[in-house]
Design a protein around this ligand. Structure first.
Ligand code: AKG
Ligand code: FE2
Length: 262
């Protein structure tokens, strides 16, 4: 998968230009800084993303450099995601199918990033501190390093381990303060990526979310987890409305989730 991402970014700008857009409804979106016009500062990275579920795009709708591997890899990640949501359901004391049944594994957006070598890495970041806007993210990083997670107020390196995946719980399932649907049962962490003199670094973040696709299903704290002592802390929202809010805010501001607290 990482080779496929390298093949994509190694192409001439003229070839990649075909995929450039800021219109999130396109099958493939390729740009730099989705929040260029809202965030306080820009990040040292390019990103391309494609929605691989619920509808799997045809290979000819995807960049040739990585179309086959995108379809194959996202199939594996979908299966892995369903198993992880079963384990997370059990951890919440719910039936194993709960999180899958309510749609947490329905949508999958694959974001493949390229962090170019940076001549002055101390002046910028590859990715500003953030939590992901989805239910859960399965991340594959190359050997370069730079990913950090905020743990007890300190930035801790997440060193690359060949073949290992990093799993982050996203805003819709969990948050720094309290979780939206798990209503504070999980604890989460914020993460960021440092810019690096070495590079380019590539990574693939698989976001379990239907993102900006039309959605009427409303998500709020899971009823089974609520009690008099544990009242709902978030108002309900749809995946689309949350994603729109997150995109409009951009990275580097306050947590988008805080705006949904009751
Ligand atoms: O590139 C990485 O290691 C992290 C990417 C990330 O945080 C994201 O896509 O949300
Ligand atoms: Fe992230």
């Amino acid at each position: 998968m990482l080779d496929g991402v390298r093949r994509f970014y190694d192409q001439d700008t003229e070839v990649k230009k075909r995929w450039y857009t800021r219109d999130g409804s396109k099958t493939v979106v390729y740009n730099s800084n989705f929040d260029l016009f809202s965030a306080p500062s820009a990040n040292w990275r390019d990103t391309s993303y494609v929605n691989m579920a619920p509808k799997v795009p045809r290979a000819d709708e995807l960049p040739e450099a990585c179309s086959d591997i995108l379809i194959k890899y996202s199939g594996y990640i979908k299966k892995l995601g369903r198993s992880l949501f079963e384990l997370l359901s059990e951890a919440l004391g719910l039936k194993p199918n709960h999180l899958n049944d309510i749609g947490c594994s329905e949508g999958l957006a694959v974001l493949y990033h390229c962090y170019p070598a940076c001549p002055e890495p101390e002046l910028t970041l590859g990715a500003t501190k953030h939590a992901d806007y989805d239910f859960m993210t399965v991340l594959l990083q190359d050997h370069t390093g730079g990913l950090q997670i905020l743990y007890e107020n300190q930035w801790v390196d997440v060193p690359p381990v060949p073949g290992a995946l990093v799993v982050n719980v996203g805003d819709l399932l969990q948050a720094r303060y309290q979780s939206l649907i798990s209503n504070d049962k999980f604890n989460s962490s914020q993460h960021r990526v440092l810019a690096n003199r070495a590079g380019p670094r590539v990574s693939v973040a698989c976001f379990f979310t239907t993102g900006l696709a039309p959605s009427s299903k409303r998500y709020g704290p899971i009823k089974e987890l609520l009690s008099e002592d544990n009242p709902p802390r978030y108002r309900e929202t749809t995946v689309k409305d949350y994603s729109l809010h997150y995109n409009a805010k951009g990275l580097g501001t306050t947590s988008a989730l805080l705006d949904f607290r009751i």
